[in-house]
Ligand binder design. Structure first.
Ligand SMILES: Cc1cc2nc3c(=O)[nH]c(=O)nc-3n(C[C@H](O)[C@H](O)[C@H](O)COP(=O)(O)OP(=O)(O)OC[C@H]3O[C@@H](n4cnc5c(N)ncnc54)[C@H](O)[C@@H]3O)c2cc1C
Length: 450
């Protein structure tokens, strides 16, 4: 059964998030963008309102909600400011490896603190010289009497300067690639952890991004989230769960750009009439609307699949890829509707444009999503249609008509050029491509008269 309606609880949550975003995020977004800072009081208010950490199970003091609920909230937050939404959502990214680890003691220790004490946790796989190639990480973890000693640098870490904890991925052996990767929960105030300067970014400047350096940081074995060999899979499973949320960032940002463009188009006049009367502008708005709606459907589908326990790896990639690319296209067209004013800081689209540009980069670039999808197609995908060489493409008779002239004859198809030949044997040479009889394959045809 398909049902796209939200439950009354989900509608209520969406409305709560919408009200919060309009009241708390929208008024401050441009100021914090200008000063390149993350408003921690706003994150605190979202925490107090129960609008972050939605996925912490109730037994640890959380709301125990699913990914569908997370995407509903995220769309609303991102519509106000996708930079702030990134920082608000980052706890979910950071705690996902903990939630999915088999380390129950660490869950008992840390999840209640995150749920009840406003503790923040960031996620650290990327490094100064590595992002997409997770298996190529350099951050070193050396076993020492059961503990691990961490040395290395993580880079691009969202909320790295304001987090209390970090889910850190490292390797026990760089040469072992995937097989060497492990993961730890690191407390940011442990000796040897240093946070770098805020990285100056083009957009999403309301979201803190830093490097984190580890120098002989001792991590007790109680804080291992994935032993060597299991860290890579944990990182990939994390992305499969968090990519739908990035789709929701795209939906929210694109939706607000569309709404601003719609408003502007109805009021701006050219050649004596509102520009919304020009079909060129109307078609832009229509396409923007179509992209927002499509992106939301894909995002919801992948979130729903995850909540149902279905493997959502592919749908999450599709949602992330489509929604983030659509968002950039929508915002770009919104800027075109505003034209000159769109290119200024006096109107909102300029910031949204800078903010959404990031969506195609983090949590797996668009190229990496295409790699995921292409690799599935080429190795696992089960086609429904017959292989080309088994496709008869009868043009000379109806194979279901027993009285047809060529009924009952063998059918041969040239594998090279597709020519279909009827007779007991293939032709001595293909009359189109001149390949020999070995190029022909006999095709099974349905029994005539069936
Ligand atoms: C603002 C911001 C916040 C971030 N937050 C976090 C965070 O909280 N935690 C974290 O761990 N990381 C974070 N990241 C890092 C982010 O995930 C990486 O930037 C991203 O994965 C890409 O890695 P890279 O920048 O090193 O690019 P590279 O991996 O060097 O890629 C460079 C280019 O090559 C392409 N490419 C690479 N490999 C392939 C391939 N196999 N096939 C085709 N094309 C390929 C890429 O798509 C890209 O176009 C953040 C990044 C930014 C900018």
């Amino acid at each position: 059964m398909l049902d796209f309606r939200l439950t009354s609880e989900q509608e209520h949550l969406r409305q709560e998030a919408r009200n919060f975003a309009l009241r708390e995020l929208l008024p401050v977004a441009w100021y914090y963008d200008e000063i390149d800072a993350t408003p921690i009081p706003v994150i605190r208010k979202a925490y107090d309102a129960g609008l972050i950490n939605l996925d912490i199970p109730t037994r640890y003091g959380g709301r125990g909600l699913g990914l569908v609920e997370a995407t509903l909230c995220t769309e609303e937050m991102a519509a106000a400011c996708s930079g702030l939404a990134t920082s608000l959502f980052d706890n979910s990214l950071g705690m996902e490896p903990l939630l999915m680890s088999v380390n129950d003691a660490a869950k008992e220790k840390y999840l209640p603190k995150i749920a009840k004490e406003f503790k923040m946790i960031c996620f650290a796989t990327s490094e100064p010289t590595m992002g997409s190639d997770v298996a190529g990480m350099r951050c070193q973890a050396d076993e020492d009497g059961g503990d691990y000693i961490l040395n290395g640098t993580k880079y691009w870490i969202t909320n790295g300067a304001i987090a209390d904890y970090a889910s850190v991925f490292a390797t026990v052996d760089r040469k072992a690639k995937h097989a060497g990767i492990c993961a730890f929960l690191v407390e940011m105030n442990w000796p040897g952890v240093t946070v770098g300067r805020t990285i100056p970014k083009m957009g999403q400047r309301c979201s803190n991004t830093v490097g984190i350096h580890f120098e002989n940081v001792r991590v007790p074995k109680e804080n291992v989230l994935a032993p060597p060999g299991e860290g890579f899979v944990l990182a990939m499973r994390t992305f499969a769960r968090t990519r739908p949320t990035i789709g929701a960032f795209g939906v929210g940002a694109a939706r607000s750009a569309l709404e601003y463009a719609l408003d502007y188009a109805k009021k701006r006049r050219a050649f004596g009439m509102a520009i919304s009367t020009f079909q060129a502008i109307q078609f832009k708005l229509a396409e923007m609307f179509q992209k927002v709606e499509t992106a939301r459907l894909l995002t919801w589908k992948s979130a729903w699949e995850t909540d149902q326990g279905v493997d959502a790896n592919l749908s999450a990639s599709i949602a992330k890829l489509y929604a983030t690319e659509a968002a950039l296209e929508v915002v770009n067209e919104a800027l075109q509707v505003f034209a000159g004013y769109g290119y200024t800081k006096m109107f909102p689209v300029e910031k949204i444009f800078r903010d959404v540009r990031l969506l195609r980069i983090y949590e797996g670039t668009s190229e990496i999503q295409r790699v995921v999808l292409a690799s599935h197609l080429l190795t696992e995908y089960q086609p429904i249609m017959p292989p080309l060489e088994d496709l008869p493409l009868h043009r000379e008779f109806d194979p279901l008509d027993p009285m047809a002239a060529k009924a009952g004859q063998n059918v041969w198809r040239c594998r090279i050029c597709g020519h279909v030949h009827y007779g007991d044997h293939p032709p001595d040479v293909c009359p189109y491509c001149f390949f020999p009889p070995s190029a022909f394959k006999r095709i099974e045809t349905p029994p005539t008269g069936s």
